[in-house]
Design a binder for this molecule. Structure first.
Ligand SMILES: Cc1cc2nc3c(=O)[nH]c(=O)nc-3n(C[C@H](O)[C@H](O)[C@H](O)COP(=O)(O)OP(=O)(O)OC[C@H]3O[C@@H](n4cnc5c(N)ncnc54)[C@H](O)[C@@H]3O)c2cc1C
Length: 459
């Protein structure tokens, strides 16, 4: 390893390589329940060419490479399961282009959500991108790579649907482009070419390193508002969601259910965020949303929650501070949530499974969902907080998570950003031909099997 470290220093500079125990410890874990796995070294490249050189070196010495953005995935996907190096992308954080007319931005692979948000606010206040509720240091590349979603997902789908193109360093070191930028100077989209971005989305960093990506931007409205619809009956939720999304007015819809505070217990809430260029347009859109669920209001099985402006403002913050606050409810810095992507009609059983599992394992929970597209799917999440310093508390959360993953698969959902045990469950259920194809693709791209090994493999 000494020779590898020496050559890495020659590529990126002394300051950006470390094999010190402190760094190896810090990079061995995330806040989730997966056990730590120490890398042998951490390297921070500053350019695509450096990433390419690092990959060639890693192949020469057969050293595993784990790409990492913010390291906030929570399901342990940036741990070095087989040792080797963590490739921390945070230095590559330049925003290289904003196209205000075709509405896209091109950013480097380590650019954080907060950086793009701040840049647009300053230079293009008429534009915005879809922010996840993750802490702002989370990267766009890390999020797109795991099919993340955010506050414009009703409008634009998963963040991988908002991808317009990529520059990727392959496991063997070649630099490739996908989408229009492979033919043209413009990064407008994936059509009409074969969609090669699928080789890198959802693979947990096992097929390449995204060094640049194009992402869609959307109009930033001057007037924004939020409605909260409430009902007691989870069985109403699929129809309520279908009605609200059929108006095609909302930018974001996030149902949430929590036993605390007491006033929220037992109720299904749906936050509906929407915006407009003028006050008249805002009123028109609010009316459309309200009329869509009028039947529920008339028969008194649902209604809109009146909210004083300060409380409303809090709900409209991007990213939302509430999930991060809940994450520390047990103190001790442990938090993980399992999200399963599933069809909307499974909402009632998804909710009931969550309540049952949390009670059985005696864990603090909050549940919610993000509606993706015009009601085309949802990411239903179960968040469990635990105290990392209390092994029993952590074990309880882990068991609850595992049971939740099984329940999600049983009802036809698929665990999102699956941690290792959940990956195994998915592989077991996946059509064998599909898994064989995944392996063939992976072997072709990564013949020495050095990219984030241990992930998407049969145990
Ligand atoms: C409080 C809280 C709220 C959250 N809310 C949301 C939410 O609303 N929506 C949402 O989608 N997520 C959410 N998350 C989950 C997660 O934090 C985000 O998805 C985050 O954007 C992941 O990005 P990251 O940079 O931290 O990725 P990382 O954790 O660094 O990496 C994720 C995966 O992508 C791979 N990867 C990272 N960078 C690259 C690259 N450049 N090339 C190739 N592979 C790469 C890694 O190997 C890993 O497999 C939340 C997390 C927390 C803690």
């Amino acid at each position: 390893m000494t020779e590898v470290i020496k050559r890495l220093k020659a590529i990126v500079g002394d300051r950006f390589v470390s094999a010190e125990p402190e760094e190896r410890y810090l990079y061995s874990m995330d806040q989730g329940t997966m056990p730590p796995a120490e890398p042998d070294m951490v390297v921070m490249p500053g350019s695509t060419e450096e990433v390419s050189e690092i990959m060639r070196l890693a192949n020469e010495y057969q050293v595993p490479v784990v790409p990492m953005g913010g390291g906030l995935v929570l399901s342990g996907l940036t741990r070095a399961l087989k040792g080797g190096m963590i490739l921390d992308m945070k230095r590559m954080n330049r925003i290289t282009e904003v196209n205000p007319k075709s509405r896209y931005a091109v950013v480097e692979g380590g650019t954080s959500q907060g950086m793009l948000q701040a840049y647009l606010k300053k230079h293009h206040p008429e534009l915005k991108h879809s922010m996840p509720d993750a802490p702002p240091i989370a990267t766009l590349a890390g999020n797109v790579c795991i099919h993340g979603s955010g506050h414009l997902s009703v409008l634009g789908g998963f963040h991988s649907d908002m991808l317009t193109g990529m520059e990727v360093v392959l496991p063997t070191g070649e630099i490739v482009r996908t989408g229009s930028c492979s033919v043209s100077a413009d990064w407008f989209g994936k059509a009409p070419l074969p969609d090669l971005s699928g080789l890198f989305m959802g693979w947990s960093g096992t097929t390449g390193i995204v060094t640049r990506l194009g992402i869609k931007l959307f109009p930033n409205y001057r007037h924004n508002d939020l409605l909260i619809f409430v009902t007691e009956d989870p069985r109403d939720m699929p129809d309520v969601i279908a009605r609200l999304t059929s108006t095609q007015v909302a930018e974001d819809m996030t149902p949430w259910m929590t036993p605390k505070p007491e006033w929220a217990r037992g109720f299904m809430h749906i936050n509906i965020a929407y915006g407009a260029h003028s006050k008249e347009e805002l009123t028109f859109k609010r009316n459309l949303l309200q009329i869509s669920v009028k039947d529920y209001i008339d028969n008194k099985s649902g209604g809109f929650l009146p909210m004083p402006p300060p409380q409303k403002g809090r709900f409209m913050q991007l990213p939302s501070p509430d999930l991060a606050r809940f994450a520390d409810v047990r103190k001790g810095g442990g938090f993980e949530y399992v999200g399963a992507i599933m069809a909307i009609e499974h909402f009632p059983e998804a909710y009931q499974a969550g309540v049952r599992i949390a009670e059985k394992h005696d864990v603090s929970y909050s549940m919610g969902a993000r509606i993706v597209g015009a009601g085309h799917a949802m990411m239903f999440f179960y968040a469990y907080a635990f105290n990392r310093a209390d092994p029993e508390d952590m074990a309880r959360a882990q068991h609850a998570l595992e049971e939740t993953n099984s329940a999600a698969l049983d009802m036809g959902g698929i665990p999102w950003k699956a941690e290792l045990p959940a990956q195994q469950k998915i592989i077991e259920k996946m059509a064998p031909e599909t898994f064989a194809l995944m392996n063939r693709i992976r072997h072709t791209l990564d013949p020495n099997h050095i990219m984030n090994p241990g992930n998407w493999e049969r145990a």
